[in-house]
Ligand binder design. Sequence first.
Ligand SMILES: [Mg+2]
Length: 334
Amino acid sequence: MSQAGPRGNHSVTKAITRLSLTNNHLHLSRTSSSSSTSIASPPLRLPPSVIAKSQGIKYTTTYANYATTTDGKLLSYFHDIPLDLDLGTQEANFVCEIPRWSNAKFEISPHLPANPIVQDVKSDAVRFVKNLFPYHGYIHNYGAFPQTWEDPTQEHAGLYGDNDPLDVCEIGSDILHTGDVRRVKILGALALIDDGELDWKVVVVDVRDPLASSVNDIDDVETLCPGLLSATRQWFKDYKLADGKAANRFAFEAKYKSAREALQVVADCHQSWQRLISGQVGTTEKVQSLPAIANTTIKGSPGHLSEFDTKLDDSPPQPDAEVPQITNKNYYFK
Ligand SMILES: [Mg+2]
């Protein structure tokens, strides 16, 4: 086990200060039962109660999965679920977009009002990732940290962010559902370069998973889940080969960053999101389109609304469309 905890590190201490200052500045009103904005936390902090409501037909372009409160009020998965990053316990809230072993490329829409989870569309067709033998679809519960943003207008390590929330791989045993919000422990991160953009993949585990109490850093993952980290790196390197695209590359010699460094990435991306949501980021010649900033919980922010105009259809859910046969095919790469 690594003894190197995140406490006591100067840059993380600075991040804590920034985080608490900016949180206070934005007057975050939380949907969770925890209304505290302090960094010190009780041992059992729960994610907010969010109910995922699906609209349209799954595996078609009509599908959209919205976050709502228990009272049925619409929330943005991107902006209204608190990140609630705790640098002491290494925990934050996570939104699952894609359940492990599945192929449909679901993601939080940065542009639609209320930022529902929709299936990515390429060339007018909903997108499914191919199976890289011996896996089926994604090899982890995959999703994003709410209230984070990889800023495409600022350079980090010679690269620009991908204009999306920060990506997360949850390695627990449960298969999660699209729209699940879970409290997770942050363990490390891998810096993917996707189409020339910086696209961090943060490795986490659900705090309720039996593994969670035994893993505190990326080396613990290697010890207790041998093969997981190299398989994850290989998967992200290769997953577009089956679509005829080039292999992805990685920054930092393809090495995993430690938990402490990953926490810094999350804190930095939260700060980027705070600049975005407070209207401090403008488009540039290179970045013509920024995410929608409409939200219902960040009072005083330029996008704040009392509620979203979108009305959900309460009629019974329609059966899913068929998943295409191609999602059963194996693809082999050297
Ligand atoms: Mg990304």
